[in-house]
Write a protein that binds this ligand. Structure first.
Ligand code: DOR
Length: 411
């Protein structure tokens, strides 16, 4: 729906929604939030973020990550298992869940590793991990390269109804790679990461997804070839899904010309024709949703020579203003933006929220599309500020975030 309406929230749920739905309500126990002129949206749900607890809390812990999520309008965040140790056991999943509950902010949904140590050899105890709270499995940061192990992992994920999110990278084709393989990598003298390394894994995985019937999801799609493969698979009715990040929708390999390590990400920033394909695929639903791949790193990992820098950029707080730029440029409708940030990822992950329908849980955000602010270390709730948009003035901000009827962020 896209209309002017009242939203009535009672006992953590949306009681009613519609024009004048709050008419006649009065009393001391009622709190009225007047957000006229702003957008009330179902809270955003991120299918792909990295919090660094346990192991690298100096970059981000669960509490700081959830504060950043709330400040970005997110009411649910799925976190990847590449912590230290890797989240491949019940104990770590339970610890993350406990930290999430203690933070009393957005909902935390761990992805557990698909293989022990994300080493790609031995499957994890998926039933145990699911019972502990993991909503899916992924070896993100690494690709599950062995096709036989991948087939078994998909069969087990299907048995336990877990989403399988794959980081699609043929590591043999990307050995030593620092950035997208193209004319910029040639000029800079940096080893390239060819699109084909993504495409061959997507092609193989779609075949294995068809074989197993698993809920298979492509993480951070970046290449036009992967888009083509997904479009073909979906046209045949395969129930596979995919996400794209804001940075892959907005930046190309040109951003690396000055060796800016803030723009070093994995998969790498590619070329204008990839961006065009990603935007088109997001518009037509070939790419289901937007995920941030929020990847906090400290100056230790970023203020160094390019080859030594860790890949990734933060994404939870910059997402709204960056994506609103696409809306302002007429490249994405506001309705599709909200669907891709909320309704679709919630459904794919089988998670709470993603809707403002009467009776559903009151997970929502209020967006001021005109609010101007500067992305800076001081304005960010994240413990890290590794983004090429640092110290840039942007337009658009979540000004209120609510989880189960409780305000978890207001500005
Ligand atoms: O850019 C990235 N950063 N890509 C990944 O796959 C991993 C992530 C991280 O953990 O920093």
């Amino acid at each position: 729906m896209d209309e002017v309406a009242d939203v009535v929230i009672e006992a953590g749920r949306i009681a009613r929604i519609g024009r004048d739905a709050a008419a006649g309500l009065s009393g001391e126990k009622i709190r009225v939030l007047d957000v006229a002129g702003r957008w009330v949206v179902p809270g955003f749900v991120d299918l792909h973020a990295h919090f660094r607890e346990p192991g690298y809390e100096y970059k981000e812990d669960v509490a700081s990550g959830l504060r950043a999520a709330a400040a970005g309008g997110f009411t649910g965040v799925c976190v990847m298992p590449n912590t230290k140790p890797i989240n491949d056991t019940r104990a770590i999943t339970e610890m993350m869940m406990a930290r999430g509950r203690a933070a009393a902010g957005p909902r935390l949904y761990p992805f557990a590793a698909a293989t022990v140590g994300s080493a790609g050899e031995q499957l994890t105890e998926m039933a145990d991990l699911r019972d502990a709270g993991a909503i899916g499995v992924s070896d993100d940061g690494k690709c599950l390269m062995n096709a036989a192990v991948m087939r078994a992992a998909l069969e087990y994920a299907r048995t336990f109804d877990m989403l399988f999110s794959q980081h699609c990278e043929d590591h043999d084709l990307t050995a030593g790679a620092q950035m997208h393989e193209g004319h910029v990598s040639t000029r800079l003298g940096l080893q390239g990461w060819p699109r084909a390394a993504e495409d061959v894994i997507v092609a193989r995985d779609l075949i294995l997804a068809e074989l197993t019937g698993a809920r298979y999801h492509v993480a951070h799609v970046s290449s036009l070839g992967a888009v083509r493969l997904l479009r073909e698979a979906k046209s045949r009715g395969l129930a596979v899904s995919a996400e794209v990040t804001p940075h892959h929708l907005l930046l190309t390999h040109d951003a690396l010309i000055g060796f800016d390590t803030a723009c070093k990400v994995n998969p790498p920033l590619r070329e204008p024709e990839d961006i065009a394909a990603l935007r088109e695929a997001l518009r037509d639903g070939t790419i289901d949703c937007i995920a941030t791949d929020h990847a906090p790193h400290s100056p230790l990992e970023k203020q160094c020579e390019f080859a030594a820098a860790s890949p990734g950029m933060i994404g939870l707080e910059p997402a709204v203003p960056l994506l609103l730029d696409l809306v302002r440029d007429g490249l994405l409708s506001p309705m599709r933006l909200v669907e891709a940030l909320s309704t679709k990822p919630a459904r794919l992950g089988k998670l709470e929220g993603g809707t403002l329908k009467a009776g559903s849980v009151a997970d929502l955000a209020v967006i001021d599309p005109e609010r101007r602010w500067t992305i800076s270390q001081a304005s960010l709730s994240s413990r890290s500020s590794n983004t090429p948009f640092l110290n840039k003035e942007v337009r658009g901000k979540a000004i209120l975030t609510m989880v189960a009827g409780q305000i978890v962020y207001e500005s």
